[in-house]
Ligand binder design. Structure first.
Ligand code: GLA
Length: 415
């Protein structure tokens, strides 16, 4: 379907019925024999509420139709062995040697999740004897679509089913524990200071719904998000443009924004910056504390206004008024670009071109400095948006973007 839309366009296809068989073949070729089962977890996109999860704000992520698949078999000798169809080298090592920075690279997300689940007592005190794991990712890597949380949660649900009391359904305490374990894997083993939104949506997502996540109270509300696929003549489509731009400085800049939020929160003496509703009052509080750094003020303004936009967007979704989201998406992008300084030429080119071609709203998503944008478009305008975005990148000599259609999909679980 999407392949015929515009000649030469690269689409990331939605989940493929052949993926479980593919990951099983990879497992057998790598380790011999059969896996105990196949599990999967989705990538995600965040509709709005960007860079506020670690500030206790509100975000509205939903699961993508692209998933990461894991074929898993328990071991009894304490070894972890992981292999991937997409990522570099296989890795193996003792489960009890997992520590900060070890293993490095993509294996850290898997080994770190096993380590954190075990440390939380969620795998049974004496039962966890290691695993063989083969993974196959449909979620584009490095695109800001949370391929790392998909890895963590695909393995995590498998481990809960094999060694713990089962992964249960979205909302279950076991899944809460898995989301926390995924964050620990990233923060403490992969040494990436991410905030928690990605793991929460991977374990709690519901098909056809967008999740309103209050990152201060951890309250979750599932809201309807009716979108049309690319072939629809009418309706609204959410196009994701993967700029394929290399992430630049993403870890250090992310850590810098988090540090700014923590500093402002401490100076203001509030429980969470994202729960505040007045920028002026926050700025006055900073001035009273002797802090007049204009950059810090901008960071604070982003967090407070972005959380307000996410709250407003949630109200529109609850009233089934998706078509009115455009101005909020545009304002989110402006704030991320100007106040949070996270954009780059590839993201700017894609957002500008999408708007020029008639998108109702468009913004960068995820960590920033590369990765993806989303554009909300009337379904009949999808070809024009895709054509314009590609042409703009080519004209500026930027990397060729690729595309996917976001439709709210289901949470991690056993296949
Ligand atoms: C990354 C992090 C998330 C979140 C987003 C920005 O994806 O993993 O926790 O902070 O950036 O919203």
């Amino acid at each position: 379907m999407t392949a015929g839309l515009t000649d030469g366009v690269t689409w990331h296809p939605p989940s493929d019925d052949a993926s479980p068989a593919r990951v099983t073949r990879l497992f057998t070729a790598s380790f011999g024999g059969d896996p105990a089962g196949v599990w999967s977890a989705p990538g995600r996109v965040n509709l709005i509420g960007e860079h506020v999860d670690y500030a206790g704000g509100v975000c509205l992520p939903f699961a993508l139709p692209q998933r990461t698949w894991a074929a898993v078999r328990p071991r009894s000798d304490g070894q972890l062995r992981v292999v991937s169809g997409q990522l570099d080298e296989p890795w193996s090592g003792p489960a009890d040697e997992v520590r900060p920075g070890h293993p490095a690279g993509w294996a850290a997300y898997l080994a770190g999740t096993a380590w954190a689940l075990d440390a939380a007592g969620l795998l049974g005190r004496h039962a966890f004897g290691g695993v063989d794991v083969a993974v196959h990712s449909e979620v584009p890597v490095g695109a800001g679509l949370s391929s790392s949380a998909a890895l963590e949660c695909a393995l995590g649900v498998a481990l809960l089913d094999l060694f713990g009391g089962g992964a249960g359904q979205p909302g279950s305490p076991a899944r809460e524990g898995l989301a926390r374990a995924g964050v620990r894997a990233e923060n403490e083993i992969a040494l990436a200071s991410t905030g928690g939104m990605d793991q929460a949506i991977a374990v709690h997502a519901e098909a056809g719904r967008c999740m309103r996540l209050d990152c201060h109270t951890f309250e979750v509300v599932q809201l309807p998000l009716r979108l049309s696929g690319v072939d629809a003549a009418t309706g609204l489509t959410l196009v994701v443009v993967n700029t394929n731009a290399p992430h630049r400085l993403v870890d250090s800049e992310y850590a810098d924004r988090r540090a700014a939020v923590e500093r402002a929160t401490a100076l203001l003496g509030v429980p969470a910056l994202g729960m505040l509703d007045s920028v002026e009052a926050a700025w006055a509080g900073l001035a009273e504390a002797g802090e007049r750094d204009p950059v810090l003020r901008k960071r604070v303004r982003h967090v407070i206004t972005e959380s307000a936009r996410a709250r407003a967007a949630a109200e529109l979704l609850a009233a089934d008024r998706v078509a009115e989201l455009g101005p909020l998406l545009d304002a989110s992008h402006t704030s991320l670009r100007d106040d949070y300084a996270l954009s780059c030429p590839e993201l700017e080119s894609a957002v500008e071109a999408a708007k020029l071609a008639g998108a109702l709203g468009a913004r960068l998503v995820g960590g920033g400095f590369g990765g993806s944008i989303i554009a909300l478009v009337t379904s009949s305008t999808v070809p024009a948006v895709v054509t314009e975005v590609r042409a703009a990148a080519a004209k500026r000599g930027l990397t060729e973007p690729s595309f996917l259609i976001a439709e709210p999909s289901s949470a991690a679980g056993r296949w």
